[in-house]
Every structure is written in C-alpha cells, then in structure tokens.
Ligand binder design. Structure first.
Ligand SMILES: Cc1cc2nc3c(=O)[nH]c(=O)nc-3n(C[C@H](O)[C@H](O)[C@H](O)COP(=O)(O)O)c2cc1C
Length: 202
C-alpha cells in the first residue's frame, strides 16, 4: 500500500472480528515502531504483546473497578456522563485479539547537561508517540485496524502495571487494541483545515 494511502486509511477502530493477527505481522509492526526516531536514540520503549484472554480480562476488570468507583463517587451529572462514556473507550483492548501495552522509561540524558524530571518524562513520551504512530501505520499497511488508548492508564496505572509486571523506571503509557475491524470503517473523525493549523513564514 502506498505510504499516503496508508496514512489516509488509518483510523482508530475499537471493535474487532475474531480473525487472528499473525505473529509475523506483529513482528513487522514492532520493527516499524522501533525504527522511529527517539531523543538521543535512547529508544525508551517496551511493548508487551498480550493475547492471553485472562490477562486482558483482568486488565479490563481493574480499569472498570476504578471507573465505576469514580462514577458512583460523583454527584456531578455531566461528569458522570463523561465517565460513563469512558467505560467503552478505556476497555476495548480486552475484546481485541491482541492488546499491546506500551511502556516508556524516562530519558536518561544523552550524557549532557542537567535533566529536570519533567524534561526526561516529556522526551520519553515524545519518543513513544513517534514509535506508536509508526506501529499503527504498519498495522494499517498490513490490513489490520487499531486504536491507541491512554484512558486505561489514566484510570488504573498502578493496577495495570502490577498485572503486566512493569517495574520502575518503566511506566505504562497506554494500550493498543489490534485486530481486523468488525465492520467497514465509519466516516473519519473530522480534521481541522490546514489553514487553521499551519502558519507559513517567508
Ligand atoms: C494520546 C492519545 C490518546 C488517546 N486515548 C484514547 C482512549 O483513551 N480511548 C480511545 O478509544 N481512543 C483514544 N485515542 C484515539 C483518538 O480518540 C483518535 O485518534 C481521534 O479521535 C482521531 O480519530 P482517528 O484516530 O480515527 O483519526 C487516543 C489517541 C491519542 C493520540
């Protein structure tokens, strides 16, 4: 598939068929991810590929438990509604044939200068974002669908890290739901016009 067609075709997909994802294809996606640029080439990423149904369900259960507790704790109707919508948006990885847990570790510093914690954290996330983007595009090029999600981690970071055995300095950034789409893609999420998001100087 042509590169620009791949980029245009990628859409976040959250419902999947039972069709399996070939191991070789996952290796190809992971290779694409690891070819991404990273700050001082530290490659601060680790991907845990999860097919194990019990683990996926356990992960979904801890996210649900925290989410349900937050919903019952709030009297604010608007917040309740927003949280209720997140039930699906934070747990679709559990119903995907493959869930990939994406971990990062803080930028170590490249051997120069001072490195406040916030910079180390930011550079790790910037590097991870590039790797995840390449993985999602590789999935599209191979005919699969996917969705990156940060919400599971927003709700239940510690619980999820314990379940997957993530140890400091590694921290969980998000999950990728991966598989064959259950149905034809819906209309793409709208994009802002180029004029709105670009400025040309000179
Ligand atoms: C940093 C980041 C966090 C996201 N978190 C979630 C999430 O928690 N749950 C989810 O279902 N989708 C999540 N998404 C997917 C976005 O909702 C999606 O990319 C956006 O709506 C644009 O749609 P598209 O990917 O189909 O182009 C996330 C995407 C990014 C880049």
């Amino acid at each position: 598939m042509d590169f620009f067609e791949t980029v245009r075709r990628r859409q976040s997909t959250r419902r999947f068929s039972d069709q399996p994802v070939a191991h070789e294809d996952i290796l190809t996606m992971l290779e694409a991810a690891t070819l991404a640029p990273s700050a001082t080439n530290e490659q601060p990423w680790h991907f845990i590929v999860i097919r194990d149904k019990e683990l996926k369900q356990g992960m979904r259960d801890v996210v649900k438990a925290v989410l349900e507790a937050s919903i019952s704790e709030t009297d604010n109707q608007a917040r309740r509604k927003r949280l209720a919508r997140m039930r699906f948006y934070s747990t679709h990885f559990a119903a995907a044939p493959v869930a990939i847990a994406v971990l990062a570790r803080p930028w170590a510093g490249g051997g120069y200068g001072s490195r406040p914690d916030s910079t180390s954290h930011d550079l790790a996330l910037q590097s991870i974002a590039m790797a995840v983007a390449q993985l999602l595009l590789a999935a599209t090029a191979l005919g699969y669908s996917s969705c990156f999600a940060s919400a599971p981690v927003e709700f239940a970071r510690e619980e999820l890290e314990a379940l997957i055995g993530a140890e400091p300095p590694w921290f969980l950034v998000g999950t990728i739901s991966l598989g064959m789409a259950a149905k034809q893609p819906q209309e793409r999420a709208p994009r802002k016009a180029l004029e709105e998001v670009c400025t040309f100087i000179g």
